[in-house]
Structure formats: C-alpha cells, structure tokens
Design a protein around this ligand. Sequence first.
Ligand SMILES: Cc1cc2nc3c(=O)[nH]c(=O)nc-3n(C[C@H](O)[C@H](O)[C@H](O)COP(=O)(O)O)c2cc1C
Length: 224
Amino acid sequence: MNIFIFSGGDSESSKTNYYMKWLCKRLCNEGNIVFFRSLFDDILSGKLKKNRLAIENEIIGSDIVIFCCPVHLHNVSSTTKEFLDLFVEWSHTLRLTGILGVVVTVSSSNGNQSVNKYLHKVLNYFGVTVLGNLSINHTMEEEKVKNKLYDFVNLAKDLDKSQIKVEKRQDEIFLLYKEWYETNRNFTESERKSLENIGINVAKDFQELFNLNLKSYRYIKKLD
Ligand SMILES: Cc1cc2nc3c(=O)[nH]c(=O)nc-3n(C[C@H](O)[C@H](O)[C@H](O)COP(=O)(O)O)c2cc1C
C-alpha cells in the first residue's frame, strides 16, 4: 500500500515529527511504500516550493494520506498553512478524489479539536475522504500514543476501498462544483480541464466520482 505522511513539525525537537517518523518506520517495515515529508526538512532546506510537483505526485500516487500538524494558538501552524496554500488549486479541482485521509494533531494540552476540524475541511475540499481524526497531547503516555496511532492507521489500511461511503460535505461540494461547471461559472479553463480529467461530466454524485478515481485511474503530471 502507498501512504503519504505530511508531518508539520518545523523544529528539531518537534513531537509531531517524532511520532510521524516512528509511524513511517513501522509502516515501511511492514512493506508499505511510505512517502514522508516533514516541514522541518522541506522548509528549512528551502525545498518546499521546489519540490511542489514531486510532492504532488507522491500524494496522488498514494492510497492513504496522513496529515499531522502541531497545534499553534488553536490553529494550524503557519508553516503547515504555507504547505496547504501551495496546493490551493486542488480546492477547486477536487484533485485528491479517491484518496483516503487521516488527520492527526499534536498539542501540549488543548486546541486539537478546532485544528482537526479545519484540516478535515481542507482535505475534503481537496477531494480526500477523511476516515477520522486523532488528537495527541503531552499528557499522554508515549507508548499509548504510538499504539493508538498504529491502530488508527491500520484500521484505514484494512478497509475495502470499493465499500467506502463518501462524506455528506463532499457530495455538497461536488454538486455545487458540477453546477458551476455546467453553467460555465467561477472556474478557469485549467480548472475546468482538471475537473473533466477526474470525471465531473460523467459522475452524478461524489460517490460515483470517488469510485471512478480509485488509484488505478488517477492521472499524474510528468516531472521535468
Ligand atoms: C506558536 C505556538 C503556539 C502554540 N499554541 C498551542 C495551543 O494553542 N495549545 C496547546 O496545547 N499547545 C500549543 N503549543 C504547543 C505545541 O502544540 C506543542 O509543542 C506540540 O508538541 C506540537 O508542536 P511540535 O511538533 O513542535 O512539538 C504552541 C506552540 C507554539 C510554538
């Protein structure tokens, strides 16, 4: 199984990165292909923008995306927001349709809920079907956090994708975009093309679009 992990920690001592690196290692040891991106590595080395297309292809080539982010003032960290902003186009093109998602947030004590909610919403706008949210804080025992994380991701891995029911919000977004698409409103030419590539003109609802975009059918852009 291909899994993409976004780890939003941007310091060397980040707990977000610590837990995600642990998870990455465990999933790799089990034979999964894991694409791992931490903001500490990509932002500090100045590679985030340069690697945009490579990251896009890693995400699009995955069955599951795990988005893990530190809680900063009850919000996503500014560098996580910078990462999400790089892919704003996806919020108009439902580019990640057919991919399952898991949201994880790490705080010292509180504020996870609002960040979970926000990340869940953004991922839905990108087209991701989110299976659940997990909140971690410093009061939790490390071994328990690791077990919870692993069980949570395993649950997602074991699902039969052809049986997944998409979320209500995804259907609402889809119907709005389909109306805009059919009445030629609000989208640029390139957004219309992307929507056509994922099948907006053939699917009648988001469930159909999801089924059309299970991995084998997803198209990827060529790297230079
Ligand atoms: C600017 C900033 C704001 C923060 N705001 C919160 C907060 O609202 N609630 C909280 O419980 N922890 C807060 N924290 C602590 C982090 O959530 C905590 O360190 C956690 O481990 C995630 O960050 P890390 O991956 O860098 O370790 C904040 C930390 C920073 C640097």
